[in-house]
Design a binder for this molecule. Structure first.
Ligand code: ADP
Ligand code: MG
Length: 702
């Protein structure tokens, strides 16, 4: 029996029943008692304090104010409808409250002459603040004299609220639940770990996280739960790494031979940066170790990852292995093919390109030469992982722009050889350290943190739409000097047709403003046929067109050194890492480059912060950190598919210190007890199985 009570279906909790249980499952994935127990409040209100409107600042994540409500009004029509009201406090200052749905219920909610408590996140527009979708409550003695100052707030949904399960409703359920299950909550951390780090027990922590007596006991409970959450992820990842390095051996690249040396002495046109040298050394060490290498190479756009990849492939060749390089799109694959072929010119190395549009006859030749080993380097797209592609002895796999590839796809590449090939994953989206430690916690990470010398920093400028004519003038001037220009529009899935219209309108106004002769304009977007897209792209690459109007399809990897101006339209709609990627398309040649961020005049505080960050720095890691702080790790570029980021309580942008403790502790434990067989660690394998038993071992191959 014991802890089985925690698995009791949620419908058997008093106050739930079958219908609410259905909703709880669907809306917030609460299936059993235990799920509710671990459904933590997402914040706490210190309801002991009311602010005056003039005291509100940008730094406040939320604020509690009180006052009278007037001017309740509906604006706009259909899709753009919103409701506003004015709250005036005892000082006579007012703030706008705003709602985008729920009008029917709200319309008659506010009673004139009644004072309300309003709670929400203030956002600044110009010099004024408003609060969107505030929580409101009439002032009453019970609302003001809260028993405890730290009041839990649970996230809920419209549907749950309609059934009485708003934050308060959920809090009531937790209150019912805890006395029933308290005695069955078993400790999930080894005693020694808890004692060393002075962490409170699980039972006490769970009680306190839901109903904190005071700020201090809340902080202790949170620290414990955060630690536990991060600790088990690290234990899981490090354990995977152990398993992999213990069970599978890798190619040993004993020698550095003529392929590498000839290239290094004859073909390398420049001195490697120290960062590049360091990474080559790291890879060299890995490939000598007898273990399969799994390394993530992070480096900002333009930091020179390709050369590093090529050198690693050459070492594989020197050791009688083949190598392949996989890119996410045809355009990128062909670009890689061309630049790698050029780099290796005169070395007598057979290189081929394989993509979806490779002809049948050519495919046959490729297949044969791969099997007999004449073909040394294969570059391509997803086509590389098809089963018909069989290597004689694949020793090194390089994956560029990794986030576009699924896990299963990479797994297929990995299995192409009896001895698994070494894998180097390259990403141009720098990710914050804490995110890397979590997402790639089982990989080794290399960083190129230095750009090749002589690069001129890209000048980044933020302009409002109203200055468009000036921007056009600037573009003309640059084109007159022989440069090329990108103009990028957002294309965001939900409103594709609308965005596509924006793009076409923009294209037309540019064609009008930049007439022939003298100006030819290309247009490229994701809805075009691949062949048309390639055609337009190629025209721009060859310099036959001066302006490229595009959506973010050009975001990844495209290299046109002569393009020195990047104009980003509606820049406020892009995330930071995307803006950074786009900017990385310029600044590749010898000329001064520019990135112009065009936005509307009304910007949210967050959008403003993004523009300021872009103008202020070109350091991809700084940008990535800021991005994570603004958006949270779960939403960052390409990280959405990973279950490892579904954190219930820890926050990767705030809890770096706890994460480091957790990783170290997990390392210590695995070092002393690699198979987790000691009595004192008995709880660990049990809990790992509960948490990750059904997990896809996705990171195993990357
Ligand atoms: P990314 O890391 O974005 O893939 P690339 O490998 O495409 O960057 O390199 C960008 C440009 O910098 C290329 O034109 C490359 O030839 C050049 N480059 C790379 N390393 C160096 C270096 N050490 N010195 C000078 N130029 C370099
Ligand atoms: Mg690249």
């Amino acid at each position: 029996m014991s802890s089985d009570i925690l698995k009791t279906p949620i419908e058997f909790l008093k106050g739930v029943g079958p219908q609410k249980a259905e909703l709880l499952k669907k809306e917030i994935q609460l299936f059993c008692f235990e799920d509710l127990l671990h459904f933590y409040p997402f914040r706490y209100i210190d309801k002991s304090r009311f602010y005056l409107i003039h005291e509100i600042t940008d730094e406040m994540p939320w604020v509690q104010i009180r006052g009278y409500v007037s001017h309740v009004q509906l604006h706009g029509k259909k899709r753009t409808t919103r409701m506003t009201a004015l709250l005036t406090d005892s000082n006579g200052s007012s703030i706008e409250l705003i709602w985008f749905n729920g009008f029917r219920w709200l319309k008659d909610y506010f009673v004139p002459g009644q004072e309300y408590i309003v709670f929400g996140k203030p956002s600044r527009f110009g010099r004024k603040y408003n609060i969107a979708h505030p929580e409101t409550e009439p002032v009453s003695p019970s609302a003001i004299t809260q028993k405890s100052a730290m009041h839990p707030v649970y996230s809920s949904t419209e549907k749950l609220k309609a059934r009485g399960l708003d934050s308060k409703g959920i809090s009531r359920l937790v209150k019912t639940l805890i006395p029933q299950v308290k005695d069955y909550i078993n400790e999930t951390l080894p005693v020694r770990v808890r004692e060393e780090l002075k962490l409170p027990g699980l039972r006490q922590s769970l009680v306190n996280v839901h109903f904190p007596g005071d700020a201090r006991s809340l902080a202790r409970a949170q620290a414990r739960l955060k630690f536990e959450e991060l600790f088990y992820i690290q234990l899981h990842l490090l354990n995977l790494r152990n398993v992999r390095t213990k069970e599978s051996s890798g190619h040993v690249f004993k020698k550095v031979g003529s392929h590498f040396n000839d290239f290094y002495h004859n073909n390398l046109a420049f001195e490697l940066t120290n960062a590049q040298k360091k990474v080559v050394k790291e890879i060299r060490r890995d490939t000598l170790s007898g273990k399969q290498m799994n390394r993530l190479l992070q480096g900002d756009v333009g930091s020179g990852k390709t050369i590093v990849a090529v050198m690693c492939m050459l070492i594989a060749l020197d050791n009688d292995c083949q190598a392949c390089l996989m890119a996410p799109t045809e355009v990128l694959a062909s670009q890689h093919f061309e630049s790698v072929s050029k780099m290796l010119e005169g070395l007598g190395i057979q290189i081929k390109l394989l993509t979806g549009s490779t002809r049948k006859a050519e495919r046959k030749v490729i297949a044969e030469d791969l099997k007999n080993g004449n073909l040394k380097i294969l570059i391509g797209t997803h086509a590389l992982i098809e089963d018909v592609v069989v290597f004689k002895n694949l020793g090194m796999v390089v994956i560029d722009e990794q986030h576009r590839f699924g896990v299963a796809q990479r797994a297929k590449l990995w299995k192409k050889n009896i001895i698994p090939p070494h894998v180097l994953v390259m990403t141009a989206t720098p990710i914050p350290r804490t995110l890397a430690m979590t997402l790639y916690g089982d990989l080794d990470i290399s960083v190129i943190d230095e750009l090749p010398p002589g690069r001129k920093p890209i000048q980044t400028i933020h302009k409002f739409d109203t200055n468009r004519l000036k921007v056009f003038g600037f573009m003309r001037e640059q084109i007159r000097q022989g440069r090329q220009v990108y103009v990028v529009y957002p294309l965001i899935n939900e409103s594709e047709t609308l965005d596509l219209k924006d793009l076409h309108d923009g294209y037309e106004s540019i064609v009008r403003a930049f007439p022939l002769p003298g100006y030819a304009v290309s247009i490229v977007h994701g809805k075009m046929k691949p062949a048309d897209k390639d055609y337009e792209m190629t025209r721009f690459v060859k310099g036959e067109t001066q302006i490229m109007v595009a959506t973010t399809v050009i975001e990844v990897g495209i290299n046109v050194p002569n393009a020195s101006v990047m104009v980003i339209e509606s820049a406020e709609r892009f995330g930071l890492s995307q803006l950074h990627q786009l900017r990385g398309r310029v600044g590749r040649g010898a000329d001064q480059s520019y990135c112009i961020l065009m936005t509307g005049i009304k910007l949210s505080a967050e959008a403003k912060k993004r523009m300021e960050t872009m103008v202020g720095t070109q350091d991809g890691f700084v940008i990535a950190e800021t991005d994570m702080q603004l958006r949270g790790p779960g939403d960052m570029h390409g990280t959405r598919q990973s279950g490892l980021l579904d954190l219930k309580i820890a926050n990767l942008s705030k809890d770096e210190k706890i994460l480091r403790y957790a990783r170290h502790k997990a390392m210590d434990i695995l070092e002393q007890d690699p198979l987790l067989q000691l009595d004192e660690n008995a709880v660990l394998p049990k809990r790992l199985k509960e948490l990750f038993g059904k997990f896809v071992v996705w990171s195993k191959i990357s």
